[in-house]
Design a binder for this molecule. Structure first.
Ligand code: XUL
Ligand code: CO
Length: 440
């Protein structure tokens, strides 16, 4: 097989003092942290769309990056060249998973039957490239937001015909995901939302989205899909308001429609901050509901109000993310770099350097989060904070034995309570800095 990224070596771990930009400085796949190898803690995935398709086109200008990989774009030869490029890329970076939308894999034809045949052909080719490697599919999904037919949504569309096309795409994307052994299947509600309430029947649209998801669960289980379905919350963009606003909203929706047993959440950092939350908030809300499934590892720009999909470099944020992940006992999914290089970083070498940045950032996050947990001070302070619930009174509240009357009697006896005890926030933040930057 002819090398596509000639001159780029296999990326190896060279340690934190290394200065080689084409080497890992922190991601050391076999290093054991809290009883597991880094590679097991961090099942990294390549996002087909950003890495192999996006060329830097934006609202103000054409593409600058060459993603032709030597073939004419819009052809099946090009689709196969992307597969070759993707596998060489993943192998050189020690990445074991990939994520895809249906139309990332093949050029979309006018007739859906033609697109479906192309998907069969390309998935055979991907399967052949997977053989002899340990590379697998993390998750698949259907792009139900780019084609003009989805301008009023997919599951939430006003057109029963368009709803059928959404169903057909989900069916085929599930077929391909199962064929490639995918761990999960994602619904990101790209245009499932509204521009104005004046023309929108919100109840009807949300019920129809749930109908489409139920059909997906029924079909997926029928063809042997054992993995998790995921909702990927995002509050806005492209729609003014998107129904899967944030983790709490998506969980409420899944529970209201009886979908919570089959679905978990895929939490994206940049979507969290667009919703006005921290990344770790969204992870915690998912985790406490038993629904933290997978992560889209990227970061936004706090000065901008849109989805910039940057490669993660913020070690503090990655630390807080990994703290939540470790406390959750890991993920059933993985860490998909739903991220793109900045438009001026248009070379093939930049693609590698971007993934090295992201992988090293999460490796640092993992190392730090393990230190925070092993240190134990944070857990102890949190335990102390709630310790009044270990008392007889506290236990009576937790067990359901206490009533409003019994508690009122207690309060009246006290007359005035002690203050509840300091939250010790600054002390905790100092502890985190000590652990992250101290020498011990
Ligand atoms: C869009 C986004 C998507 C999903 C998959 O903001 O994150 O790429 O991850 O459809
Ligand atoms: Co995403």
């Amino acid at each position: 097989m002819k090398e596509i990224f000639g001159g780029i070596p296999k990326i190896e771990y060279e340690g934190p003092t290394g200065k080689n930009p084409l080497a890992f400085h922190f991601y050391d796949a076999d290093r054991v942290i809290m009883g597991k190898k880094m590679s097991e803690h961090l099942p990294f995935a390549m996002a087909w769309w950003h890495n192999l398709c996006a060329n830097g086109t934006d609202m103000f200008g054409r593409g600058v990056a060459d993603k032709s990989f030597g073939k004419a774009e819009g052809t099946m030869e090009h689709a196969k060249a992307k597969v070759d490029a993707g596998f060489e890329f993943m192998e050189k970076l020690q990445i074991k998973y990939f994520c895809f939308h249906d139309v990332d894999l093949v050029p979309e034809a006018d007739d859906i039957k033609v697109t479906e045949a192309r998907l069969d052909e390309i998935s055979d080719y991907i399967l052949s490239r997977m053989k002899g490697t340990d590379i697998k599919c993390l998750w698949g999904t259907a792009n139900m937001f780019s084609n003009p037919r989805f301008c009023n949504g997919a599951g939430s569309t006003n057109s029963a015909d368009v709803f059928s096309f959404a169903a057909a795409q989900v069916k085929k994307a599930l077929d391909i995901t199962v064929k490639l052994g995918g761990r999960g299947y994602v619904f990101w509600g790209g245009r499932e939302g509204y521009e104005t309430l004046l023309n929108t029947d919100v109840k009807f649209e949300q019920e129809n989205i749930a109908r489409l998801m139920k059909m997906a669960v029924a079909y997926g289980r029928k063809i042997g899909f054992k993995g998790d379905f995921y909702i990927e919350p995002k509050p806005k963009e492209p729609m003014k308001h998107q129904y899967d606003f944030d983790a709490a909203t998506a969980i409420g929706f899944l529970k209201a429609h009886g979908l919570d047993k089959d679905f978990k959440l895929n939490i994206e950092a940049n979507h969290a901050t667009l919703a006005g939350h921290t990344f770790e908030h969204e992870l915690r809300i998912s985790a406490i509901n038993g629904m933290l499934g997978s992560i889209d590892a990227n970061q936004g720009d706090m000065l901008l109000g849109w989805d910039t999909d940057e490669f993660p470099c913020n070690v503090y944020s990655a630390t807080m993310c990994m703290y939540e992940v470790l406390k959750n006992g890991g993920l059933t999914g993985g860490f998909n770099f739903d991220a793109k290089t900045r438009r001026p970083s248009y070379t093939h070498e930049d693609m590698f350097k971007a993934y090295i940045l992201g992988m090293d950032t999460f490796a640092l996050g993992l190392i730090n989060a393990a230190k925070l947990i092993e240190d134990g001070r944070i857990d102890e302070i949190v335990r102390q904070k709630y310790s009044s619930f270990d008392s007889r009174l506290g236990k009576s509240i937790l067990s359901g034995e206490a009533t409003l009357e019994s508690l009122a009697e207690h309060a009246e006896k006290l007359g005035k309570p002690e203050l509840p005890g300091s939250g010790r926030q600054e002390e905790l933040q100092h502890i985190v800095n000590d652990i992250l930057f101290g020498r011990s």
